[in-house]
Design a binder for this molecule. Structure first.
Ligand code: ADP
Length: 398
């Protein structure tokens, strides 16, 4: 039973074909530069060589057509025909307040998705394009939408309402939504499995640290607070996003630098974060290397990043009262012992203690805390695609 998982960006399409009888990936790939010169599909069927198909693609429909052709190619494909695809799971960034769970895609869901464009003008349109392309190319295959925001719909109002005039919540639905939900859900469930305890009994803090980063407080398997907000700009300092800043800085800069709406948007989303502080890179591998060589701004960027994560861990341990596990995931969380070490430094006061040796691992599941009496600290590679495929099968079977 194969599920095709699709994640569409504005000019990219990532996919995985997962056999859900054993939850193993059969093929995966990436389409780059859709609608731009130099577009290509990088396709790998497990056990075979990667192929790169270079062909002009004017839109997501053409991109998906090439992906489906690659999947059924007798030489480098993974399946005989499209009939071997049981269902398609789509990652959708914003489900607004409409979706607290994944949903079978029908007309009503499409309407709701279109209504959410206002909330995620950069992310939802390409997600919708991917769905439309699938509908055209595989009209009889069931499809499911899995939302980045859905897991956070359990956050109580006192944690999602902003201290702004309430009418803006009523009028525009301005509130905290939170993102990376599929990842926070996956790693919190996996942490419970690894610890051998029912998730209903656990309080877990999950740190998804990648290009975009967020922290989540998970109580009994439900999100009760998260650092990203109305948009993915709030919270931690990120690769290029500023995260929490005094909102008055925006007004000050607009006046001093005569910045337009678009310029402010670019400044906060693309030129800030650790890139902004270091002036070097948004990539933590570059920053760690430069910091090691003595570059003070790179070191400062890393310190600001780690301190922010530490602050959220502190805040969420206050909300949860008692923390049963701390989890690190995503590109940085999974691969940077240095970042994990800096974040946990000085957290002995809340019984979080890392073991330096155990913490040296990268990219695989491990418990890296010092002893059995301290809070378990886990590194868990995230697997959003598997989570999407699981939800897809569950809903389609129903
Ligand atoms: P996203 O999915 O949000 O694009 P990822 O979760 O793939 O991002 O994380 C990407 C980030 O992970 C990169 O910016 C890089 O800084 C970081 N990263 C990857 N490998 C390492 C490593 N070995 N050491 C430190 N950071 C790493």
């Amino acid at each position: 039973m194969n599920v095709l998982v699709i994640n569409c960006g504005s000019s990219s399409l990532k996919y995985q074909l997962i056999d859900m009888t054993n939850e193993e990936v059969r093929a995966k790939g990436l389409v780059e530069r859709i609608g731009i010169e130099g577009s290509r599909v990088k396709h790998t069927t497990v056990g075979k060589e990667q192929v790169v198909i270079e062909e002009p693609m004017k839109d997501h429909r053409r991109a998906l057509e090439l992906v489906l052709n690659a999947l059924v190619n007798p030489e480098y494909g993974a399946i005989k025909s499209m009939d071997d695809i049981y269902a398609v799971g789509h990652r959708v960034v914003h489900g607004g307040e409409e979706f607290a769970n994944s949903a079978i895609i029908d007309e009503r869901v499409m309407e709701a998705l279109n209504a959410c464009i206002e909330l995620a003008p950069l992310h939802n349109p390409p997600n919708i394009m991917g769905i439309e392309a699938c509908k055209e190319l595989m009209p009889n295959t069931p499809m499911v939408a899995v939302f980045d925001t859905a897991f956070h719909q359990t956050i109580p109002p006192e944690n999602y309402i902003y201290p702004l005039p309430y009418e803006y919540y009523e009028k525009y639905r301005i509130r905290k939504y939170g993102f990376h939900g599929t990842s926070h859900k996956y790693v919190s469930q996996r942490a419970a499995e690894i610890l051998g305890k029912p998730i209903e009994e656990l309080n877990i803090i999950t740190c998804h640290l990648g290009n975009g980063s967020s922290v989540c407080a998970v109580k009994g398997g439900k999100s009760i607070a998260t650092s990203m907000g109305f948009t993915p700009l709030e919270g931690l300092a990120m690769g290029t996003r500023c995260g929490d800043i005094d909102p008055a800085i925006i007004l000050f800069l607009m006046e001093k630098e005569k910045l337009s709406f678009d310029e402010v948007n670019t400044l906060l989303n693309k030129k800030s974060g650790v890139l902004g502080i270091s002036g070097i890179s948004s990539d933590f591998r570059d920053l760690e290397e430069e910091a090691e060589k003595g570059n003070e701004r790179a070191l400062l960027a890393l310190k600001v990043f780690c301190n922010r994560v530490k602050e959220y861990i502190g805040a969420y341990s206050a909300l949860l009262c008692n923390v049963d596990a701390l989890v690190f995931t995503a590109g940085i969380g999974e691969n940077s012992p240095t970042v994990r070490e800096h974040i946990c430094e000085g957290l002995d006061c809340i019984n979080i203690k890392l073991d330096r040796e155990l913490n040296k691992i990268r990219g695989k599941e491990a418990i890296v805390s010092r002893d059995l009496t301290s809070v378990p600290v886990l590194v868990i590679p995230t697997n959003e695609e598997l989570m999407i495929a699981r939800d897809t099968v569950e809903l389609v079977k129903k």
